[in-house]
Design a binder for this molecule. Sequence first.
Ligand code: NDP
Length: 249
Amino acid sequence: MAGVLDGQVALVTGGSRGIGRAIALELAKQGATLAVNYHANADAANSVVSEIEGMGGKAKAYQADVSDYDQSKAMVEQVMSDLGPVRILINNAGATADRTLARMTPEEWHKPIATNVDSLYNLTSSVWKAMGDAGGGHVVNLSSIVGQTGRVGLVNYGTSKAAAIGFTRAAAREGARTNIKVNAVAPGFIDTDMISGLNEEARKRLEGEALLGRLGKAEEIAAVVRFIVCEGTYMTGAVIDVNGGMFLG
Ligand code: NDP
């Protein structure tokens, strides 16, 4: 598949479902070779790979728990040996464990911190040298409006998503010297499995909080990631809000 990302290897963590799936498909449309990471859902990851191959693209699925350093590093080494140096890393895999602070267990505190924050280090440090040696590239981190505004029951998740902004800004400073651009996207509420547990009333309330009056679609986040990776030649350390105007509501 010919495109602006021709021949570039893109690793999307949590590429099996939701926003990560949409990003994997979008980058494949631009000609990238996709490494589709997943944690437990092999069928979903394999169906993303089949969809990319069906479009004439190249992709392979990789199982790893991104909260685990050794698994993350081994996965990156396997991706590089199979496909070449990673030029585009999308730190998308994410987890929640909603609970108000007074009732939150240490396990519930650690789950989003490990999956959403430790993964940033585990993956980015593993691709960093080869990416720089290959001429640079893009790291895009998925933050969230919850990391910017906070939300009841999401102190753990909000902390993890605020950390993604700090990580983005600090890593951008280190990456510039080897042409590695590091940016973040901060979505509002997007219609994926992550929020499928909401009841109708809670969903309507969230829709009403966005100026645009609806939840976002995974493809609308993928389009912004595509812009950063394909057009963002003078962007680094940026945090792009994609929240339907929720920030202003
Ligand atoms: P989903 O719950 O739909 O999908 C989560 C993805 O992450 C799956 O592919 C899952 O893999 C993978 N994953 C979870 N834990 C791990 C792990 N330990 N190791 C590897 N992969 C893992 O999430 P979304 O698509 O909704 O969210 C994607 C990102 O966007 C997350 O970082 C989230 O915090 C962020 N975000 C989401 C918003 C929303 O409203 N949906 C809003 C703002 C930010 P598997 O299929 O194998 O389980």
